[in-house]
Ligand binder design. Structure first.
Ligand code: SF4
Length: 211
């Protein structure tokens, strides 16, 4: 099915998946959340961003990447001529870890099925992992983001581009921001290469086990 044709099917399936997440009590994070932060953006996005987990503002509003980190993400998208509405944004865990602590392995294990289903339904060409947690989960790598970023990795018939979490750029200043800019340029060039491949080969997406 062509991507445009299946847009409404994806939209409906994502809605149902989001409803399941909003009812989910599979891990302890359900006890302290205000809202489940399922995901946001276009169901037909060619680029999907994956962060770590909701922070305080996200938990209160039920939307990923609001606040300062979200504004930086929007700015970096604007610099490669993309808008937030063009992409899809989700996190590894859908509920806020209290006090913004790191998500624990059992919480990630409980929640990762939602992310796998989101990737399968949206079927993006590029998955951008933001920070260590998302990058390690998807690439199955122990290496840190500083070593992994700056490169594109083939992954289940698509491409992963790891970069820093925008919150790290807010803390780390200009040098982190410059590296994120390099990574966003890489997203742009992977997208244009993928468009060329789609025109010439149009491979069928396969059923994926993901992670
Ligand atoms: Fe369910 Fe994920 Fe929230 Fe845990 S973090 S309660 S697995 S939606």
């Amino acid at each position: 099915m062509a991507k445009d044709d299946r847009g409404h099917v994806t939209d409906e399936a994502l809605r149902e998946l989001g409803e399941r997440a909003r009812q989910c009590t599979a891990c302890r994070l359900a006890e302290t959340r205000t809202n489940v932060v399922f995901g946001d953006g276009s169901p037909e996005a060619r680029v999907m961003f994956v962060g770590e987990g909701p922070g305080r503002n996200e938990d209160l509003q039920g939307i990923p990447f609001v606040g300062a980190a979200g504004q930086l993400l929007n700015r970096l998208l604007g610099e490669i001529d993309m808008r937030r509405d063009d992409v899809y944004i989700a996190n590894v865990v859908k509920c806020r870890p209290p006090g913004n602590r790191d998500p624990r392995p059992d919480e990630i294990a409980s929640c990762k099925g939602f992310l796998a289903d989101q990737i399968r339904l949206i079927d993006p060409d590029v998955v951008v992992t933001l920070g260590n947690f998302a990058t390690k989960l998807l690439l199955k790598q122990e290496m840190g983001i500083t070593r992994l970023r700056g490169h594109a990795y083939p992954w289940w018939n698509r491409t992963i581009v790891p970069t820093f979490h925008p919150a790290a750029a807010l803390r780390g200043g200009q040098s982190v921001l410059d590296k994120m800019r390099e990574d966003f340029s890489l997203i742009e060039s992977v997208l244009s290469d993928t468009a060329d491949i789609e025109e010439s080969e149009a491979p069928e997406p396969e059923q994926m086990g993901l992670f």
